[in-house]
Write a protein that binds this ligand. Structure first.
Ligand SMILES: [Zn+2]
Length: 269
């Protein structure tokens, strides 16, 4: 099995050539991430609030898998409902994309605007039975993406920032720790988001994702951001150089829907 990465021969532009089963990353028409254009996004009044039925979890496996810091949660404990989801989706893991290029470590962009990092909460449709079965369906996964920006004003998300600071314990590729995460208290925004049909942003890039991209960035401390910067990559060197994000992909006529009037978007920075 070929591996993948973010530089040289393993860089995103080569993923489709690295493995026969990853060809969709070049040939697909519903690839992610994308640049979300607020002037093209369609407001859909039927998009309801997101309902994060997430709990406190004392048995989360925090892993440096060489591609990203990933928190694997206890199975059967956390679900997502609401939005345009017809039934419950179960949280499997969350992970972060970032780079030490402070202005751009995210994957999605809005009107071309970047953020420091982007966190992805990956859920699969419970009725498909397993994550492996779900990725074979266009609506198999629901991924909530939140932009992360660094603040020095003391108004950071305290819980998330302190959870990210634990990344200093898994600096080497392949290292892991068991950590307690109080997901119930994350309290991410529920009302304003964009949604569209897309793919995983890492190989095999399966086109199986209902993307839910939150409009409001979540603020994290400088210390949390610096903790990401110490993580080692499976390619050698730091994950943050050049960063573990895939560039934006062509939209190919897809519609991005918004739960709010996208023309009222607040501009950041
Ligand atoms: Zn991701």
């Amino acid at each position: 099995m070929a591996t993948f990465g973010y530089r040289d021969n393993l860089a995103p532009c080569n993923w489709g050539k690295l493995n026969e089963s990853w060809k969709i990353s070049d040939a697909g028409k519903k690839q992610s991430p994308i640049d979300i254009s607020t002037s093209c996004a369609e407001q859909n009044a039927s998009l309801s609030s997101l309902k994060y039925n997430w709990q406190s979890d004392a048995d989360v496996r925090l892993v440096n898998n060489g591609h990203s810091p990933t928190w694997s949660v206890t199975p059967g404990k956390h679900t997502l409902l609401g939005g345009n989801l017809q039934e419950a989706y179960e949280l499997v893991q969350f992970h972060i994309h970032f780079s030490n290029e402070q202005k751009h470590g995210c994957e999605h962009t809005i009107d071309g605007k970047s953020h420091h990092a982007e966190i992805h909460f990956v859920h699969y449709k419970k009725s498909y039975g397993s994550f492996g079965a779900a990725v074979k369906h266009g609506d198999g996964l629901a991924v909530v993406g939140a932009f992360l920006d660094v603040t020095s004003d003391g108004n950071e998300h305290k819980l998330l920032s302190s959870d990210i600071e634990k990344l200093t314990q898994i600096e080497t590729d392949g290292s892991s720790q068991t950590v307690e995460i109080d997901l119930k208290e994350y309290q991410l925004p529920t009302e304003k988001y964009f949604t569209y049909s897309g793919s995983l942003t890492t190989p095999g890039c399966n086109e199986c994702v209902i993307w839910i991209v939150l409009d409001q960035p979540v603020l994290i401390s400088q210390r949390a951001y610096d903790s990401m910067g110490s993580m080692r990559s499976c390619e050698g060197g730091l994950l943050a150089q050049p960063g573990n994000f895939r560039p934006v992909q062509p939209i190919h006529g897809r519609t991005v829907f918004s739960s709010f009037d996208p023309k009222q978007i607040i501009s950041f920075n």
